[in-house]
Design a protein around this ligand. Structure first.
Ligand code: SF4
Length: 366
């Protein structure tokens, strides 16, 4: 075990020396981000929570303007709790992983209704809220409440794997890395320490070509000393993603309105809007796609195939387009209760996931 190795070789003192160096570096070099409080101060848990949920699977660059918009629109958790789910999904459009937006809304309501509008201040209580897992609860507890908690995100995982030259591949190494993160976390300023580790991973200990020459903890880094830092962390081979195929139908009424359908509330892209489509299935493109056309019309298959990659599969969608009668009504196959006509000028603010923006882009400009 890594811990035993470290104690036997006197590396326990390395653990004690990392936090002070990292904290000093964070005070000097930490990134100023819109969801951050200055070093040495605690941040509003609403901002920590909102930013951490947005940053899961999404880059700082993409999140920054969206975070500012969200905060302007819903400045505190009670304001977000009062919003309609559809408004939150529309504001989330394009950020992907829409279960996060549904959980965000459910969590805001839970905090507002069951906790008097204040986030609980322990990891344990935070984890009981919708959409808050081990990582987010630790991040909020440390950054907003100063608890000695140890969030481990992808950046921190990489930094620790390198600091301790952990050669066990991920995800098997996760418990070992979490345990080392806990040992490294200082009793006070745990939030600054976590944010400093995130920043070190994002700006210096980057996946490729870490800038070890600028690193405040280089002298404590076993990966650097062994010359293997850049190869770490090792990762177990990922299963390849299957490809699913389907067809999407863009019906355009004489007045220019487009027929959209709300997806079922649970599951992939739950509650978001879509151009009505066939089921998305593995295997060759179905010959019978047109049986799913949502309204009667003269459907034209466009030459371009729209592609999109989700976490677990690639999607290839054929796109059909038809201009239809002003009085056209959806057929039973399209589940009319979930369908509505949306004016093209309103599409920009509609809760459309990226894949459906691609479909509409193809149909409305092609
Ligand atoms: Fe990362 Fe290099 Fe610093 Fe080690 S010395 S923590 S590999 S940047």
């Amino acid at each position: 075990m890594q811990d035993v190795h470290m104690q036997n070789t006197g590396h326990g003192s390395v653990i004690a020396s990392i936090a002070p160096k990292l904290l000093a570096w964070y005070r000097r070099e930490g990134r100023a981000l819109p969801w951050r409080a200055p070093p040495g101060t605690l941040q509003d848990p609403y901002k920590v929570w909102l930013s951490e949920v947005m940053l899961q699977q999404t880059t700082v660059k993409t999140v920054t303007p969206r975070f500012i918009d969200f905060l302007r629109r819903w400045p505190d958790v009670n304001a977000l709790a009062r919003a309609e789910l559809g408004e939150v999904l529309a504001a989330w459009a394009g950020l992907g992983y829409y279960a996060r937006a549904r959980n965000l809304h459910a969590c805001a309501r839970a905090v507002s209704e069951s906790h008097g509008g204040r986030f609980p201040d322990t990891e344990q209580a935070l984890r009981k809220l919708p959409g808050i897992g081990a990582y987010t609860s630790s991040a909020i507890a440390a950054i907003a409440f100063g608890r000695p908690a140890s969030p481990v995100d992808g950046n921190i995982e990489r930094v620790i794997a390198r600091l301790f030259a952990i050669e066990t591949p991920l995800p098997e190494a996760k418990p070992q890395i979490k345990s080392l993160a806990e040992k490294l976390t200082p009793a006070t300023h745990a939030g600054d320490f976590a944010q400093g580790m995130m920043d070190l991973g994002a700006t210096i200990c980057t996946s490729r070509r870490p800038a070890c020459g600028l690193c405040p903890v280089r002298q404590d880094c076993h990966g650097f000393a062994k010359g293997i830092a850049e190869q770490l962390p090792h990762k177990a081979a990922k299963a390849t993603r299957p490809t699913r195929r389907g067809a999407a139908f863009v019906a355009i009424r004489m007045d220019g309105a487009v027929l959209l359908r709300e997806r079922p509330p649970k599951g992939l892209l739950g509650g978001m809007l879509e151009a009505p489509s066939t089921p998305w299935l593995e295997g060759p493109q179905s010959e019978a796609a047109e049986a799913y056309a949502p309204v009667k019309g003269s459907w034209q298959k466009l030459p371009e195939i729209v592609t999109h990659t989700f976490t677990h599969f690639h999607l290839e969608l054929s796109v059909y387009r038809a201009t239809v009668q002003q009085r056209a009504t959806p057929r039973a196959v399209a589940e009319p209760a979930r369908c509505r006509w949306v004016a093209q000028r309103d599409l920009g603010n509609a809760a459309l996931p990226t894949v459906m923006r691609k479909v509409l882009g193809s149909a409305l400009t092609g």
